[in-house]
Design a binder for this molecule. Structure first.
Ligand SMILES: Cc1ncc(C[n+]2csc(CCOP(=O)(O)OP(=O)(O)O)c2C)c(N)n1
Ligand code: SF4
Length: 314
């Protein structure tokens, strides 16, 4: 993958993640996983926590994975892969490896698994400095169990546990700012990616995987079923997210140095992003319009903050 220059070449590089799986049509998880696995030429060992990705790609006796792959609990793909990494180092020290090809270690989790249930395990692995990359497939909801809110669900989204209705506009709390939390662990590299910006995404994933130490990728993964948009609009939804700056693309090096990697030429209003998904439909009622205005204000302020952090180089 490191040599891949265009999409045509990229479309042929599928040997580590086969096409067949049971993800919903239009699901972004598969696009992201394929890109992660093809971003580097290193041999990979992968762990996946329970969630849509795991249930849809490993239905006994079939598998979509052409790499060594572990399914573990909802909460601990991080510690499972960190254990494999620790064992690799121990075997290397004792001279008991079968070959001298150095592998890289990758863990996948949904946002429920990453922002909430598995967070203490991930935090521990980062604090202990394990050499692996954690990839969060961030669809802002517990999709596999029918659409409960997570710490990543944005304000105003209607989910099964924060339903919008006569007395509620949906989720009351803002999305947790996980990238900064992971950077605060002193990680050598953390970044946000989105599948519509595939070159930006594969460059960042390659950097994450090939950087020594614990690295983190937060990947926006549009969920056609829970966000409620037509299955052929996954990439358009990702365009709306990054061009409205609802999901800004940036990276943080060594816990401090922030770089914005995509600046939209024409920034679109947040309401264009929200209006494309039925999970936000109720926000367009007169009594809820203030949530959209507040959201726009938050996005503007956050973008300003990112730019100031980038300029300050601290
Ligand atoms: C400890 C534990 N709690 C709850 C569950 C049930 N469970 C399985 S998958 C899942 C939701 C997964 O959501 P997320 O991590 O966001 O991934 P997604 O399915 O959205 O990709 C839940 C709640 C479980 N397997 N283990
Ligand atoms: S529910 Fe969402 S995340 Fe799960 S497979 Fe379907 S589109 Fe993908």
């Amino acid at each position: 993958m490191s040599d891949i220059k265009n999409l045509k070449q990229y479309s042929k590089a599928s040997e580590r993640f086969e096409g067949a799986n049971l993800l919903c049509p239009g699901c972004a998880h598969g696009i992201i996983v394929r890109e992660v696995l093809n971003a580097t030429n290193y041999p990979l060992l992968v762990a996946a926590s329970t969630g849509c990705l795991e249930v849809s790609t490993a239905v006994y006796p079939y598998t979509s994975w052409d790499v060594p792959w572990i399914h573990i609990g909802f909460e601990n793909s991080s510690t499972a892969i960190a254990g494999a990494e620790a064992m690799y180092k121990a075997l290397k020290r004792k001279g008991r490896l079968y070959n001298d090809k150095e592998p890289k270690f990758v863990a996948f989790g949904g946002d429920g698994s990453t922002y909430d249930i598995g967070f203490q395990f991930i935090s521990g692995c980062f604090e202990r400095g394990h050499d692996f990359t954690y990839v969060c497939l961030d669809n802002e909801v517990y999709a596999n169990t029918g659409g409960q809110r997570s710490g990543s669900t944005p304000i105003g989204a209607s989910t099964t546990t924060t339903p919008a209705g006569r007395i509620s506009y949906g989720k009351k709390d803002k999305k947790k700012d996980l990238l900064f939390i992971m950077a605060a662990h002193g990680s050598p590299y953390v970044a946000q990616v989105a599948p519509n910006k595939w070159k930006d995404m594969s460059k960042k994933i390659k950097t994450a995987i090939e950087t020594e130490g614990p690295t983190f990728i937060n990947a926006m993964s549009a969920c056609t079923t829970e966000w409620r948009f037509p299955a052929n609009q996954t990439i358009e939804m990702s365009d709306l997210a990054v061009d409205s700056l609802v999901f800004p693309l940036y990276e943080i090096i060594n816990g401090r140095e922030l770089r914005i990697t995509y600046r939209p030429k024409n920034v679109i209003p947040v309401r264009d992003y929200l209006g494309a998904q039925a999970r936000f439909k109720h926000l367009f009622k007169k009594e809820n319009e203030h949530i959209i205005e507040q959201w726009q204000k938050n996005v503007d302020e956050y973008w300003e903050y990112l730019q100031r952090r980038e300029e300050a180089k601290v």
